[in-house]
Design a protein around this ligand. Structure first.
Ligand SMILES: [Zn+2]
Ligand SMILES: [Zn+2]
Ligand SMILES: [Zn+2]
Ligand SMILES: [Zn+2]
Length: 408
């Protein structure tokens, strides 16, 4: 017997090769192994059932009883004709059910989970669709047509802009802003208006706009620019003024940040270490200048042990991502300074860009030991003063009144 393996009298062997045998062939039982395993004795027949659609017996665990026809089917035959909804488990005839990427759904579940893109008509998961100008669009269409790109959007090509005689430090700027009518959540409209304004000023090619789920607005992101190029061509004072005139905010809610990205290629390993050390030693001052306590969830400051740093250098790896200075944001080739609270006020905005540029150059000019000392902050400001390159920063950071001002 195939099931119990015992030798039975041929009379008791009732099934062979899945078929009932009236006159079992004695040779099959005795002589040939192959046939022997196809026989099942009377006692074991309870472990097997017939399929309604194909000949032969199947083990009970391979049989599915259809709720629609009430009949038994082997797995193969069952799934040729029926399907089980991937979401609710309901049985459905295959020609009635709907499929999405090899998964089957009953109609109600399908309509609940999926929708059609109103532009390209593709079936898409509802949750991942976005509304654009009142139309439901799939992710791909949305990405193509919306002004607000997804939070992880990266342009096909970064356009780097610098002046002919300029140094090679590119800055990327991310300014998070919130719109006045938060209830309507019509961020896309405002993003369009922003881009139209930038177009009129011939500045749109330097920027794109990204989604940010943590704020009631969006993020204005620049292509890589050098500080001097910004001073000469970008007119951030006009951009911030336009935001203010249109009742945007960045400082007020405390949610928005102003992040600067420094091109990592600009630094060697020990200079990267020095950047972090500067942030660690001077976190008190940087917090003051940033106008945002760095204790918040999304922006911790590292408390580094300088000796450990000096000994181990770069091997002192940065874990996690919510640091005031991030060494590898989203795998980008930049160092991100993310301690600054957002602002639409030009003095601190431009001071922040100058601070970022200054710090990048400063670490090339200063020793590690100096960066472990309290006085390194004042030394840094003195250094900035001497270069005559960062007047906005020096003026801002040495002005007690400015440092205490609330902003827009
Ligand atoms: Zn048996
Ligand atoms: Zn079957
Ligand atoms: Zn279902
Ligand atoms: Zn589409």
């Amino acid at each position: 017997c195939y099931k119990c393996g015992e030798y039975k009298k041929i009379r008791e062997v009732i099934v062979a090769n899945g078929r009932l045998l009236k006159h079992p062939n004695p040779l099959s039982v005795v002589g040939h192994n192959y046939y022997r395993y196809d026989y099942i004795c009377k006692d074991c027949i309870k472990y097997f059932k017939k399929c309604n659609a194909c000949p032969g017996l199947h083990r009970n665990e391979d049989i599915i009883k259809s709720k629609i026809t009430g009949k038994n089917y082997c797995k193969n035959c069952f799934f040729r004709e029926f399907m089980l909804c991937d979401s609710c488990g309901k049985e459905e005839r295959k020609n009635v059910g709907l499929s999405y990427q090899g998964r089957f759904f009953c109609e109600p579940c399908f309509n609940q989970i999926f929708t059609r893109c109103q532009r390209c008509d593709i079936v898409a998961v509802k949750e991942r669709c976005r509304i654009h100008n009142g139309r439901v669009l799939c992710n791909a269409c949305y990405r193509r047509f919306s002004t607000i790109k997804s939070y992880n959007y990266i342009p096909n090509r970064y356009k780097q802009n610098k002046l002919a005689w300029d140094n090679d430090l590119y800055l990327g700027i991310e300014l998070e802003v919130e719109t006045v009518d938060k209830v309507k959540k019509n961020y896309e409209d405002w993003a369009k208006k922003t881009m139209n304004f930038l177009k009129r000023k011939k500045l749109s090619k330097y920027f794109f706009i990204k989604h940010d789920g943590t704020i009631d607005g969006f993020e204005l992101v620049s292509h890589p620019l050098t500080l001097q190029y910004i001073h000469k061509n970008i007119h951030f004072n006009q951009i911030l003024k336009w935001f203010r005139d249109n009742k945007f905010t960045s400082y007020q809610s405390g949610r928005c940040g102003l992040h600067t990205h420094l091109d990592r290629k600009f630094f060697n390993g020990s200079e990267l270490t020095k950047l972090r050390l500067f942030y660690s030693t001077n976190r008190k001052w940087i917090e003051k200048f940033s106008k945002r306590g760095m204790v918040k969830e999304y922006c911790h400051s590292e408390k580094l042990n300088p000796n450990h740093f000096i000994k181990n250098g770069l091997k002192y790896k940065q874990e996690g991502k919510y640091w005031a200075i991030r060494m590898a944001p989203h795998g980008k080739r930049t160092v991100e300074l993310r301690s600054f609270r957002g602002t639409l006020s030009y003095p601190r905005f431009i001071a922040t860009l100058q601070f970022s540029d200054a710090l990048a150059h400063f670490v090339k000019d200063v020793g590690v030991v100096m960066l472990t000392k309290e006085k390194s902050w004042n030394y840094f400001i003195e250094w900035c003063r001497r270069t005559h390159t960062y007047p906005h920063f020096v003026k801002y950071v040495t002005n007690r009144y400015e440092l205490l001002q609330a902003e827009i």
